[in-house]
Design a protein around this ligand. Structure first.
Ligand SMILES: [Zn+2]
Length: 418
């Protein structure tokens, strides 16, 4: 019996080794510097296994013998993009809404959307509200190498006071603390609280603050005691103020962030994930496709102007911004993807192209607390690399030309090879 087992083990080792032990050299491209220093032209990026091993000009950086060389002439290399507000099994009101969807259907849709997201250049995502634990299942499968997909950070199921904008409805501090602990136990590394109403709600006032102070404070305290950060879906200045006072770490959407709220956010280091694409004209194509009802489109229109003003004010107030879309990262939007369009609108709203690129890479990594692993191209970091055909720090629209995607040293896409 011993020999067949040994042979089987050896076979497994052989099968597993090519992807993980390969040395790759990306040669001749320009490596963009996110800190504002000059780019490295005619660069060599050496990747061993999952990580960047060396990076520098060709003149001083040798290509290891036996490395697989991928020519990068005419291409600009940047870190893989990061999208901090994603639902992989989005199911909005409209003609195409799926009623009573089963978890197995959700997980398959999520996997498909995760793979399309990665292919579009997004190598890390944060999930801000999933159902039935499918996010944890998917994350484990991707982390185990069963399927290609972006790195996943997830908030599990979003927690709200009964009738609020979210899935897990609870009441009173005791139920809030239990709900937070259950998500953490299931694997959540964030907690998402629906501290105000949402655009897609059919009831309630988006500007209200339905949590009691005790509910808010308890939920945040329990999360923090477990080393987990908390973000709030907010369309309400009153709810935002209360949540900042309770110690929240981030806000999603911020359709109506007033200057006093923004000042407080800046002062307390609260992050802002704008998801600006959902309320702007580029999303029209999407809403038409899913057959959104007229009341929904009216709501989108009514918040659109206030939303972009919030974003402009947040940028000028110097609030830390991490890119997120609330649409599938790859969703078509104005001739590109929602992720790229989101970054473009940041520039329209006052960021420099370099700042918008940081909001799509190193800033999310900082917010997640993984800026020692991803978000920059440096030796020791995961080789999550995207290549574009022009300098995105000169014009953010260069992100429209993504033609190469690598995650953890594995080439996911190279349009030049086709
Ligand atoms: Zn959302």
């Amino acid at each position: 019996m011993k020999y067949p087992l040994l042979a089987f083990t050896a076979l497994c080792a052989t099968l597993a080794s090519p992807a993980s032990a390969e040395t790759i050299a990306l040669v001749g491209g320009t490596v963009v510097d996110l800190a504002g220093k000059a780019p490295i032209r005619d660069a060599v990026v050496v990747i061993e296994d999952e990580r960047i091993q060396a990076i520098g000009p060709r003149a001083s950086t040798s290509v290891p013998s036996g490395a697989r060389v991928i020519p990068m002439e005419g291409r600009w290399l940047i870190p893989g993009l990061m999208n901090m507000h994603v639902h992989l099994a989005l199911n909005l009101p409209g003609a195409s809404r799926i009623y009573n969807e089963t978890p197995d259907s959700m997980v398959l849709r999520s996997l498909d959307n995760a793979q399309k997201s990665l292919h579009s250049g997004v190598t890390t995502i944060r999930l801000t509200g999933s159902d039935a634990g499918v996010d944890f299942t998917l994350k484990r499968a991707i982390d185990a190498g069963m399927f290609d997909g972006p790195r996943i950070h997830t908030a599990g199921s979003s927690i709200v006071a009964t009738g609020g904008h979210g899935k897990t409805e609870v009441n009173g501090p005791a139920e809030f603390s239990r709900a937070v602990r259950e998500q953490v136990k299931a694997g959540a590394t964030w907690i998402k609280l629906g501290i105000s109403g949402g655009i897609s709600d059919t009831h309630g006032d988006i500007g209200a603050s339905p949590f009691t102070d005790a509910e808010l404070t308890t939920a945040i305290e329990v999360a923090h005691r477990n080393g987990v950060k908390v973000t709030g879906h907010t369309g309400s200045p009153i709810a935002s103020e209360a949540a900042i006072d309770a110690g929240i770490d981030a806000f999603e959407h911020g359709y109506f962030l007033t200057p006093p709220v923004l000042r407080k956010m800046k002062q307390k280091g609260v992050w802002f994930i704008p998801t600006i694409v959902v309320s702007q004209s580029g999303a029209r194509e999407f809403y038409r496709k899913i057959g959104s009802p007229p009341w929904y489109l009216d709501r989108v229109d009514s918040v659109g102007k206030a939303h972009i003003q919030s974003l402009r004010d947040a940028i000028s107030a110097g609030v830390s911004i991490a890119l997120g879309t609330d649409q599938y990262p790859y969703e078509p939007n104005e001739g590109t993807t929602a992720t790229v369009r989101e970054a473009e609108i940041y520039v329209d709203a006052g960021m420099t192209p370099a700042q918008a690129l940081r909001a799509a890479t190193i800033e999310p990594a900082r917010m997640l607390g993984v800026d020692n692993e991803v978000g920059v191209l440096k030796p020791g970091y995961y080789a999550d690399i995207v290549a574009v055909d022009a300098d995105p720090t000169a014009d953010i629209a260069a992100l429209r030309t993504i033609g190469f995607v690598m995650k953890g040293g594995k080439v996911i896409r190279d349009d030049r090879e086709r």
